[in-house]
Design a protein around this ligand. Structure first.
Ligand code: URP
Ligand code: ZN
Length: 457
């Protein structure tokens, strides 16, 4: 269907102002003032609304396999929830079994993702270093069109890498001109603390937080930056949670090193006092890294406005309450992760833009444009421009809602932002020129997103 969106205020990362948008064949064909309707064009009146490029969530884990079963949103429910919140592109992960070829794991993950109603791509995780891995990484970049990889410094018992393996992965990713996402927490030190707490019978959810102190994130980033200096590998530090880490990133960027950083709404808006609630409530907030202090929230907000952090993802990885309760008597058995893909944009708008912590253009940069640039999707995604995909969010800035599991679309029977009031919401969401959300209501079940190859940056 061809669309003409009229009378809205268009906000791009680099400019904003009144602009009409004509969409044809899934692309933005034309932007300008007072555009005249063509034949058979559906007109959407955006009077009083802001128009943003569709959100890009560069960090989601849909139907992630864990020892406690899969994370509870699959590619269909997770993508519907994302769309309802104004996100039109998702980047998930390919996490192979040990010994499994990266290309085989990519093939299987692509099949799982076919249910997504949104365009999607993947970061690929080399979970071990083995002969031929350098070539496999090269094949990902050159043949699969996947140039972002993910390494875990934590979780050494399963998918985490030892330092020498991490270093070799970094050399290979650099040689292929890719980018490496890194989960920065020192795995050995965390394991020692987990075991110590376990042996001392300190097994309540609060010990999850205590076994993963902020210093272990900052130290991991320090080690990573040292490897960046030696390999020149571009790295993207996921889910930055602590002010200590920001200092390390700031120094690395001042040296001109290719270090990008992401945070997530939970590290802006929630604090570790959740772990002091009764155990049955605290289990809901178990994630890695854990929630931190108010001072960390505040420093991370500041880092968004000064450009130390480039993106806000969600690390969306919800589990049902029953799955979480599997570890009620031992925090080590609680599946890690929380849901937020539906709320990222509204939370950042309400608590960032409306509280004057970030500007509207920074908000677009953080929720869409920078992810497109870092992961090789720009200008196909991340901009309202002629020739870009027609991925648009028509945002009603007056809408008032309260986040709750009772009305969310995420497949989870609780919500870590339960009771948060938000102002502003997606009135229309358009992906590839198709209206997915119409007057705030999800409008189609039939649509399917595309797998996206990424381009050199
Ligand atoms: O707690 C988290 N973050 N769960 C998802 C997996 C990961 O560590 O990114
Ligand atoms: Zn994650």
């Amino acid at each position: 269907m061809n669309l003409l969106i009229r009378n809205g205020i268009v906000v791009n990362a680099n400019a904003s102002g009144p602009l009409d948008i004509r969409c044809r064949g899934g692309k933005i064909e034309e932007t300008g003032n007072m555009l005249e309707p063509g034949d058979q064009e559906k007109i959407i009146d955006a009077t009083g609304c802001l128009v943003f490029p569709g959100g890009i969530d560069p960090h989601v884990h849909l139907q992630l396999p864990t020892l406690n079963g899969r994370s509870s949103d699959d590619f269909y429910t997770g993508s519907v929830a994302a769309a309802m919140g104004g996100t039109t592109t998702l980047i998930d992960f390919v996490t192979p079994e040990k010994g499994q070829a990266l290309s085989e794991a990519i093939k299987l993950r692509k099949l799982e993702a076919e249910k997504s109603i949104l365009d999607h791509s993947f970061h690929v995780s080399p979970v071990e270093w083995r002969p031929g891995m350098e070539e496999e990484i090269k094949v990902c970049v050159e043949k699969e069109g996947l140039r972002s990889f993910k390494a875990y410094m934590a979780y050494k018992k399963s998918i985490g890498l030892e330092d020498n393996a991490l270093f070799q992965v970094m050399e290979s990713v650099a040689a292929s001109e890719g980018v490496l996402l890194v989960h920065c927490e020192l795995g050995d030190e965390i394991e020692t603390l987990r075991e110590r707490f376990g042996n001392e019978g300190k097994t309540g959810p609060r010990y999850h937080g205590l076994s993963r102190p902020a210093i272990l994130e900052a130290k991991a980033v320090e080690r990573l930056v040292n490897f960046v200096e030696k390999t020149q590998c571009a790295v993207y530090i996921v889910h930055v949670s602590s002010h200590l880490t920001l200092d390390v990133i700031k120094k690395a960027r001042a040296k001109g090193l290719p270090v990008y950083a992401e945070t997530c709404p939970q590290y802006l808006l929630l604090t570790d006092d959740k772990y002091e609630l009764k155990k049955e409530e605290a289990v809901k907030y178990i994630m890695s890294p854990p929630l931190r202090k108010k001072v960390d929230n505040e420093s991370i907000w500041a880092a968004l406005s000064t450009g130390i952090i480039q993106t806000v993802g969600t690390d969306h990885c919800p589990f049902s309450y029953d799955q979480k309760m599997a570890g009620i008597n031992d925090f080590r058995n609680i599946p890690n992760g929380g849901g937020g893909v539906e709320h990222r944009i509204a939370l950042l708008y309400s608590y960032g833009v409306l509280k004057n912590k970030i500007s509207l253009q920074q908000f677009v940069t953080l929720t869409s444009t920078n992810a497109a640039k870092i992961f090789g999707l720009f200008p196909q995604k991340g901009a309202i421009a002629e020739g870009s995909d027609a991925d648009l969010v028509i945002w009603d800035p007056e809408l008032q809602r309260t986040i709750s599991f009772r009305n969310h679309h995420q497949n989870c029977d609780f919500n870590i932002y339960e009771g948060f009031p938000v102002t502003g919401g997606a009135k229309y969401v358009i992906a590839n020129g198709r209206v997915l959300v119409d007057q705030g209501v999800f409008s189609t079940k039939k649509v399917r997103g595309r797998f996206l190859q990424t381009h050199p940056v």
